[in-house]
Design a protein around this ligand. Structure first.
Ligand SMILES: [Zn+2]
Length: 286
């Protein structure tokens, strides 16, 4: 499994969300599983001009210089420094997926609430949209699908699509359909996901947010069981895995209480969900 990771994409910051530091913990975890056969691939960070493909240039400059708050609500220079690497990972992964027609992983989060000129909900820059516009501009992809299975509505993605008048993106976000256990009864979720995949079949690239926060035990989720989460990833990999596909981590907020626990032990329920996605990638796609 090819993983586009550099340690510069992980930042430590005070927040309810562990997402800034999560990539490092996820990589440590996967490296302990030799059967995942991880191949870590480096990449270049994106430039402010690349971020401005999907954002107001003044907003980009203000966040990177620390004059404006990031998605965690602070001006921590460590977070600002990590942001070009976070989006850089997804851009590089998408480029590789398109050039080699394969499925790869970008261990990133914190994208889909960010809109054209605003941060929101732990999201600073919308790497999904920066990546989509960059691939389209480079002529690598005419149509791009975004299947967003973070449990929350990808409102920032929708806003940027409208703002830029884009008609070549298929955007499907589970957060605008499913809000609790009762919404997913009778195979409703599987039906929605199959339909989203159907509509992405003519796309040159699909970006799949394999969020951990839809899980029933997630404090911000409460929608899918562990088994339903596995079935979700399996369906995406089985139906789209032979085409250019990039998957990432997105949200996940379960925490185990305990003062003597390591960072990894504290977020073990989230690591377990991402581990299962990685395991399925390897089982289905090699
Ligand atoms: Zn979320």
């Amino acid at each position: 499994m090819k993983v586009f990771y550099r340690q510069e994409q992980a930042a430590r910051t005070q927040s309810f969300s562990p997402s800034a530091f999560k990539p490092a913990l996820v990589l440590d975890d996967w490296r302990r599983h030799p059967e995942f056969n991880i191949e870590v691939i480096g990449f270049e960070p994106v430039s402010p001009d690349q971020l401005a493909l999907a954002h107001n240039p003044e907003f980009v400059r203000g966040v990177l210089s620390g004059e404006l708050r990031n998605g965690f609500g602070n001006t921590d220079p460590g977070v600002a420094a990590s942001l070009p690497y976070t989006t850089g990972s997804l851009v590089a992964a998408a480029e590789h997926a398109l050039l080699h027609r394969e499925a790869v992983c970008s261990p990133t989060s914190g994208f889909h609430h960010a809109s054209y000129a605003n941060v929101e909900g732990f999201c600073t820059f919308n790497g999904l949209m920066v990546t989509a516009v960059a691939m389209h501009q480079q002529g690598l992809a005419q149509r791009i699908g975004i299947i967003d299975c973070d449990v929350h509505w990808g409102n920032g993605t929708d806003q940027i699509i409208r703002k830029l008048g884009i008609g070549w993106i298929e955007h499907h976000t589970m957060g605008s359909h499913f809000h609790g256990r009762s919404d997913v009864g009778n195979g409703e979720f599987e039906r929605w996901l199959n339909q989203a995949i159907d509509r992405c079949m003519d796309c040159d690239l699909v970006i799949y947010q394999a969020g951990a926060d839809p899980h029933v035990d997630d404090p911000l989720g409460g929608v899918l069981t562990t088994q339903q989460m596995s079935a979700r990833d399996r369906l995406v990999f089985e139906r789209l895995g032979q085409r250019p596909l990039v998957w990432n981590l997105a949200g996940g907020y379960q925490v185990v209480d305990g003062d003597d626990l390591s960072d990894a032990q504290k977020i073990e329920p989230v690591l377990a969900l991402h581990r299962e996605t990685a395991r399925l990638h390897c089982e289905i796609l090699g």
